[in-house]
Write a protein that binds this ligand. Structure first.
Ligand code: SAH
Length: 368
């Protein structure tokens, strides 16, 4: 349904996505075609900033080069398979990969911000008990081109004059389980030379909390913002909600996050999904306050988005208020995330699950 987009199907499968080549590789290919290497920059400008949807749109690139590009390359690594726009401006995209697998990405409007939430894996292997993404486990890591493509696709759908200001890696998958591919894509967004030129400080990487990977990222001289999905203030409850905790342990997660702050100077955010009656009681708030007291931390509370078939409830508004007040008493900064795009299933893994469920057919191109 990509209007005016690339031809799709078998022919496309053999073409290389433009992003898949470094600037040097693209320059070399262009030289092989008998054109000046500076054309690479011009083509990347069209792709990343001027929102070309086809090579034919690149009107100041010589026609024969455009034709050669069209024969061997694609602008996008994925195909837009479904788009659902909610009343609050949330735009949910389902992108189909070359192997037929679907990935989700959400573009959220909060003027002047425009945030894109991207996925890093098909499915997820972490098994958090309340999350739709991990219900069938992890199928595979996304390639760096597929990760990059989500921002590019989202950007290409924005009205002229509007740009993506922030990226959050909070879609499907465990971000740090695919750290190498993720970093290639993120570094490219942030590259002023051959990417989108976004500030690293406007990119948030959310993780279930894999200590070795957090340390690795901390040592890589980047400025990405880290968000750790805590969800429970005690070992026993975290073991229950976030099964990977049984292997890792809360203390190791906290130590790695502290190290991230010490090394990068960037304050860490702790995400905490509020599940009605499960982890939203006063004693949980008190334990969370005690755990984070004295740390330069920020807590982001996420009222649960219900997932069909899972036994969890959204928290009561009064319980959310009490939770916030209790944690704040420990001097910890707390915000509550506003829920966006609920009517279009804009939470991790929900849209893909719905579109792929045989019992709930949804026409591609319509709203569920
Ligand atoms: N694997 C990474 C990123 C993916 S999800 C991580 O664990 O952080 C981004 C956040 O959304 C996580 O904190 C995750 O626990 C949370 N989340 C998952 N399902 C949710 C739901 N149904 N409602 C609210 N938050 C959810």
């Amino acid at each position: 349904m990509q209007e005016g987009g690339e031809p799709q199907g078998i022919e496309v499968a053999s073409k290389r996505p433009l992003f898949g080549a470094s600037a040097d590789e693209l320059r070399a290919w262009i030289a092989e075609q008998g054109h000046k290497p500076y054309r690479a920059k011009q083509i990347q400008q069209w792709a990343f900033h001027r929102r070309a949807k086809t090579f034919a749109d690149m009107t100041d690139v010589p026609l024969d080069l455009r034709k050669k590009l069209d024969a061997e390359w694609t602008l996008f690594a994925t195909e837009l398979a479904y788009r659902g726009i909610a009343d609050d401006g949330t735009d949910k995209l389902l992108l189909r990969c070359r192997d037929g697998r679907n990935i989700e990405c959400v573009s959220m409007s909060d003027p002047p911000r425009r945030t894109v939430c991207i996925s890093t894996q098909v499915g997820c292997g972490m098994g958090c008990v309340f999350c739709a993404s991990g219900l069938k486990g992890v199928e595979r890591n996304l390639t760096s081109a597929e990760i990059f493509d989500q921002v590019l696709q989202a950007q290409s759908l924005l009205p002229p004059g509007e740009s993506i200001t922030h990226v959050v890696v909070m879609g499907m998958g465990e971000s740090l389980a695919n750290l190498d591919n993720l970093l290639v894509a993120l570094d490219r967004f942030c590259s002023p030379e051959d990417g989108l030129g976004m500030s690293q400080r406007r990119v948030t990487i959310s993780t279930v909390g894999l200590p070795a990977k957090i340390r690795k990222l901390a040592g890589m001289d980047r400025q990405y913002h880290l968000a750790v999905s805590l969800h429970a203030p005690t070992e026993a409850l975290r073991d229950e909600l976030v099964p990977v905790n049984e292997k890792v342990g809360l203390a190791a997660v906290m130590a790695a996050a502290d190290e991230y702050f010490q090394i990068t100077g960037r304050q860490v955010t702790y995400e905490y999904v509020l599940l009605g009656g499960v982890n939203d009681r006063r004693e949980h708030a008190t334990a969370l306050g005690k755990l984070l007291k004295g740390r330069k931390a920020h807590v982001n509370l996420i009222p649960y988005n219900t997932v069909a078939g899972l036994p969890f409830q959204r928290p009561e508004p009064d319980d959310v208020r009490r939770f916030v007040e209790t944690v704040r008493r420990f001097g910890v900064a707390v915000t509550v995330r506003r829920t966006k795009g609920r009517e279009i299933d804009a939470a991790c893994g929900q849209l893909r699950r719905r579109l792929e469920a045989p019992s709930e057919p949804v026409a591609i191109g319509s709203r569920p």
